[in-house]
Design a protein around this ligand. Structure first.
Ligand code: ADP
Ligand code: MG
Length: 683
């Protein structure tokens, strides 16, 4: 028997006609394997109960004896059948609707198993399902699986077909987990686990089967990710950055500050990858303000000093221009040329830039999506850095990567990803985390106030500005219409000009031209604008250390991670900073979200609590998150198992025999099917 269950069509299961086979396809069931792994999402309880411990309204199953003569009533084409029953010396009435054919079978003295809804007052059971033990019991006393199925497929039919598949093919269900893991956790054999998930004796058994398969599901997922990494790392065709350590040190010494220990640690991890023969595929995460940009600069410097080019892709033009300024400042003393490519670099300028990029006269290019257009060529791309990772789709990153020959890739994110998601969504990447912010930063104090206290907020603004500080005022977000958003900003801008006639109040929104935006940001940077009224365009990356006050109108309209991002625009200098959330949320969750913000300014803690409030599926706008869909596992409640599986897989993949020994054949076959060994690159 060399056939695998995934090679046997579901049509081979007795009872599946060609018609039914087609209907099963709609549910993703093509093979016997698919069918057997179509797990129930709950069980219907047919276990026998005693009338002495049931409550009115319970759905119960009991065994009883027919004692009276059935009575039939008809009304408007419907029928109602009632009959006296006896169970444990208690008399009650069983009632059926539209089951007149049962009338002749209800013979006094006959045993019957009844399932239905109990009404204590009237001592009546409204029956939805019944069987006679003298004809054999199918459901009574059992847990019946309930499948997520529909259309022309009934629960009864799918139950029957799956039970049949277990009879026909149950013995062929292969073991897949390694022997020592089964032993370590005293796990059920796979055969048995799958069988009892469908047909458990009791809830505990069903749970046992489920636990076994949850582990397996997470194990296989981790195996795929880690094998992918191992395979990528084993390939020797990455770029080897050859720069000398001393050369890098020279650059680091030129910085106006000393790197934090956390920065030093991630710097080492990145440089190690860049010098290796494999392709770097690393995620750099760190809270807002933790100093990721400088790490990116070190990596870019490294690639340039190894004779290659670097690219830095960011999500907005404002951010691109800001990064351009800081990179120019850092790199100029070393004779490294930096270019800018955004949608608003046009005409002659664009042509020149593209030509110099292709000829290698530009060492580092900073840009937006414009970088991934077809017309962009590099002479020798060695490193791709993308900032604010979750804003780019996976595809956009891989397009940029393909503009070179296996360049190293560093992905930065300022949305700290809770551990849960980091090891699921990014399990194929190596992760470096900056765990501390630069010393000397004063924590940001966050207040949540109601709209009615706006006057006091205005007082707060003048107190800060009079001390020479600057403030942001962020407008409510009404996603459906940018036009309305812009109108809001304009209105608020006018109000603020009236409230503060002696201050310079600036305005920033998405409908302004890039030149206008750049001009206002420049003015804010130079403290020529005291109060900046803005939409969320300042959300990412903007760095003005003298700004100490962030006020967010209608804060409950924003997501938690977005609020944290916005708050991260202050607290960047030596002065104490404040964030004021103005909101009157009605819902309990809305209020809780405001409380989270006031209670912590640690981005990891914010996202952890965000995850609690929202659930993981909702955490990132799903599509780009790359979050896998599990059949059984739940990333939050099964997290401990996920960690366990990850560690077990690490041991396995690290062992050379994994790649050769025949006992791992089933796992390698799985990897083959998941195309882990294909030639394609990470993305
Ligand atoms: P992130 O991109 O992680 O939000 P940035 O790289 O913008 O943070 O850094 C925030 C600010 O901290 C910048 O003004 C940067 O110059 C400064 N900075 C970075 N590293 C250090 C350090 N080790 N010591 C002091 N200041 C630092
Ligand atoms: Mg940044």
């Amino acid at each position: 028997m060399n056939l695998h269950l995934d090679e046997i069509s579901v049509k081979q299961v007795r009872g599946v006609s060609a018609l039914k086979e087609g209907e099963l396809h709609a549910f993703g069931i093509f093979t016997v394997k698919d069918l057997l792994e179509y797990y129930p999402y709950r069980y219907e309880d047919y276990r026998l109960r005693s009338l002495s411990d049931v409550k009115s309204g319970d759905k119960i199953t009991i065994q009883a004896k027919v004692i009276g003569t059935p009575v039939m009533q008809r009304y408007g084409g419907k029928s109602r059948l009632s009959c006296k029953m006896m169970a444990e010396e208690r008399m009650f009435t069983a009632t059926w609707f539209n089951r007149q054919f049962l009338r002749d079978q209800l013979i006094a003295g006959r045993e019957i198993i009844l399932n239905g809804k109990w009404e204590q007052q009237r001592m009546q059971l409204t029956v939805s399902d019944s069987e006679f033990p003298d004809q054999g019991v199918k459901r009574g006393g059992t847990l019946q699986p309930v499948y997520s199925i529909g259309a022309n497929i009934t629960q009864t039919w799918i139950r029957k077909i799956i039970a049949q598949a277990l009879v026909q093919y149950g013995d062929m269900i292969p073991e897949i987990l390694p022997h020592d893991i089964l032993q370590k956790y005293k796990m059920l054999p796979r055969k048995q686990a799958i069988s009892i998930i469908h047909l458990p004796e009791d809830t505990k058994e069903g749970q046992q089967g489920r636990q076994r398969m949850v582990y397996e599901e997470l194990f296989l997922f981790q195996l795929k990710m880690q094998a992918y990494r191992a395979v990528t790392r084993g390939r020797m065709d990455g770029i080897v950055h050859t720069v000398q350590n001393a050369v890098v040190r020279e650059f680091v010494r030129s910085l106006p500050f000393e790197l934090t220990d956390a920065q030093k640690k991630v710097e080492l991890e990145i440089l190690h990858d860049m010098r290796a023969t494999y392709c770097m595929n690393r995620l750099l995460q760190g809270d807002v303000g933790s100093g990721k940009t400088i790490i990116a600069a070190i990596a870019l410097y490294t690639t340039v000093r190894s004779g290659l080019q670097g690219a830095l892709m960011v999500p907005t033009e404002i951010l691109a221009e800001q990064h351009l300024r800081s990179l120019v400042r850092l790199f100029e003393p070393f004779g490294i040329s930096v270019g800018l490519l955004t949608g608003s670099v046009t005409g002659r300028k664009r042509k020149d830039l593209l030509a110099s990029l292709q000829m290698g006269m530009i060492d580092v290019v900073v840009g937006t999506h414009a970088l991934i257009q077809d017309e962009v060529f590099f002479r020798d791309l060695g490193l791709v850095v993308t900032d604010e990772q979750h804003r780019f789709g996976v595809n956009q990153r891989s397009v940029l990567r393909r503009k070179g020959y296996n360049p190293d890739v560093l992905t930065m994110t300022a949305t700290p990803i809770p551990r849960t998601l980091a090891i699921t969504a990014f399990g194929d990447m190596d992760v470096s985390t900056i765990t501390e912010r630069p010393k000397g930063r004063i924590p940001i104090t966050t207040y949540w106030v109601k709209h009615s206290l706006m006057d006091r907020v205005l007082g707060f603004i003048s107190k800060e500005v009079d001390q020479g500080r600057q403030a942001y005022l962020i407008c409510p977000l009404i996603e459906e219409s940018e036009k309305i958003d812009v109108q809001n900003v304009i209105d608020l801008h006018i109000q603020m000009q009236q409230a503060f006639p002696t201050y310079r109040v600036g305005i920033l929104h998405g409908r302004m031209t890039p030149a206008e935006k750049e001009e206002i940001m420049q003015a804010f940077n130079n403290n020529e604008v005291h109060l900046l009224v803005s939409t969320t365009v300042v959300e990412v990356g903007v760095d003005v250390p003298n700004a100490t006050l962030m006020i967010i109108m209608d804060a409950d309209r924003f997501g938690l991670s977005q609020l944290h991002q916005l708050r991260g625009r202050v607290g960047r200098g030596a002065h104490a900073s404040f964030c004021i959330l103005i909101a009157d949320p009605k819902s309990e969750v809305g209020q809780e979200r405001m409380r989270v913000m006031t209670e912590t300014d640690d981005g990891f803690e914010v996202s952890r609590r965000d995850l609690d409030l929202r659930g993981p599926g909702d955490f990132f706008g799903t599509k780009q998150s790359g979050l896998p869909e599990f059949r059984l596992a739940d990333m939050v409640s099964d997290f401990a198992v996920l960690e366990q599986a990850r560690d077990d897989v690490a041991v396995l993949v690290g062992d050379a025999s994994f790649w050769t020994s025949s006992s791992y054949e089933p796992l390698r076959r799985y990897l083959q099917q998941e195309e882990v060994f294909q030639e394609n690159l990470i993305d």
